[in-house]
Design a protein around this ligand. Structure first.
Ligand SMILES: [Zn+2]
Length: 350
């Protein structure tokens, strides 16, 4: 392998690394721009410190991203219920709750650390939980329902996605051009001509594009932490210049939206599947807060024109069965009482 080829390989590795995000296991990554978005989950089998890897869109035309998060902290009478991953929720008794924020980590007790999206998210959750401590359960539930309603605000999320698309448009277009310049034009010319003066000119052209990108970024990045240093890195490193728009998308938002708020972005069909999945989990997952979660979701779904009676409709009955699992719709013969696959959900008669 020649020096040029090795260098290209290093660039590819650095670029992929630049597209990697470590997100809370329960989060949904929204990728897209304008009105076309899709969502995907982080890669759950790999988890480091409560975070799982997720890849942004790698190839041009480059897209921007947003992160949505389901409710992870729900107040129950006996304590704070934590929904941090696919496992059944954990309960932390109110007497054991001692909150502390360290960077993006939220400590709920000296031993229990939760990795939040960013520091301001950790602080916001800390305030929410602190406020619940002296309240009665009824007050906590009212406060949770208010918080849940705020996270389900589809208009706010759509407006945020629209603003982010507009704000990052130029950066993404120029980023795509720098991508093509580096990985297509420069790489093919190098293969064709080897080390020559023309290659140096093409490399100089790429550097010129990076400088223009730096200027775009610096103007757009008001309020981004370490703006000057980030701009400097965009000027020097091609992979950062390609992904400069992500630095704006990574900027902390006040309250992360719930994945179901993204209906206008992900489209009706995908949203309905997601709504069914969230409803079934909220309603039937063995949890002390199933009722509270259902109330939070019921009002929202009704407003969206998807009544829960539709989501709870029984499956078509198979011959010889008399009961079914309301969560996964598996059917059983008379005598069965629980669905073991769903963690002991009580079965319903047809
Ligand atoms: Zn089941």
């Amino acid at each position: 392998m020649t020096d040029g080829q090795s260098l290209l390989l290093v660039f590819v590795a650095l670029y992929i690394f630049e597209c990697l995000r470590w997100l809370p296991a329960q989060s949904y990554l929204l990728l897209g721009s304008g009105t076309r978005w899709h969502s995907h989950r982080p890669f759950q089998p790999i988890a480091l410190g409560g975070r799982c890897p997720a890849l942004l869109s790698l190839l041009p035309p480059l897209q921007t991203h947003l992160v949505t998060l389901p409710w992870q902290f729900i107040p129950a009478e006996a304590g704070l219920e934590l929904h941090l991953d696919a496992r059944p929720p954990q309960l932390l008794p109110w007497a054991a709750v001692q909150t502390r924020v360290e960077g993006r980590n939220l400590y709920l007790s000296p031993e229990l650390r939760v990795s939040c999206l960013h520091e301001s998210h950790a602080r916001q959750i800390k305030e929410l939980i602190q406020a619940w401590l002296p309240m009665s359960q009824t007050e906590r539930e009212t406060d949770f329902l208010r918080y849940a309603k705020k996270t389900l605000d589809g208009h706010a999320l759509t407006a945020q996605a629209k603003a982010l698309s507009a704000q990052t448009g130029r950066l993404r277009h120029l980023g795509s051009l720098i991508f093509l310049w580096t990985f297509v034009i420069l790489a093919s010319l190098y293969r064709w001509l080897g080390e020559s003066t023309l290659i140096l000119w093409v490399a100089a052209g790429m550097f010129g594009l990076q400088l223009v990108q730096t200027w775009f970024f610096y103007r757009r990045a008001k309020g981004v932490t370490f703006r000057f240093w980030k701009a400097l890195v965009v000027a020097i490193m091609p992979q950062h210049a390609m992904r400069a728009a992500d630095l704006l998308a990574d900027k902390p938002t006040e309250t992360p939206a719930h994945p179901l708020a993204a209906r206008a972005l992900i489209g009706d069909e995908v949203w309905r599947k997601l709504a069914l999945q969230f409803w079934k989990t909220a309603r039937y997952q063995p949890s002390l807060t199933a009722d509270l979660q259902s109330r939070a979701m019921e009002a929202f779904l009704k407003k969206q024109g998807l009544p829960t009676s539709e989501l709870d409709a029984p499956p078509t009955r198979e011959e010889g069965t008399s009961v079914y699992c309301p969560k996964c719709h598996a059917q059983f013969q008379a005598g069965a009482t629980q669905c073991q696959d769903c963690g002991g959900v009580p079965l319903k008669a047809f």
